[in-house]
Design a protein. Structure first.
Length: 108
């Protein structure tokens, strides 16, 4: 194997091992360089966020679907609206604000 190939493999390994460090306190399946819109994100995407597991992610999507059933076109206008979801409080919302966006919304 050439020295150049070994060099590139070494760089790749460093990046792979460093990503979890740069993605925060919980090892995230993907580094969130792009923010999630809770009005459109799937439960699986939401479950990857810190402090949100599968149960809270499902609660977010259930609340969102209830709002759509009531005729609303947007369940969450801002991060504080997430406090309306059972099991999500002010501290969790503060921790998650950096991961959310609320623009570029497509109606369902």
């Amino acid at each position: 194997m050439s020295a150049k190939a070994v060099f590139y493999i070494g760089i790749l390994m460093c990046v792979c091992f460093a990503l979890p460090v740069f993605c925060g306190e919980k090892q995230i399946g993907f580094c969130l360089s792009a923010k999630l819109n809770p009005n459109t994100a799937s439960a699986d995407e939401l479950a990857q966020l810190p402090s949100i597991g599968q149960k809270k992610a499902q609660a977010i999507t259930d609340y969102r679907n209830e709002q759509y059933a009531l005729g609303k076109t947007k369940a969450f206008e801002n991060a504080d609206d997430l406090e309306k979801v059972k099991g999500i409080g002010e501290k969790t919302v503060e921790k998650l604000k950096q991961f959310f966006k609320f623009d570029d919304f497509e109606e369902k």
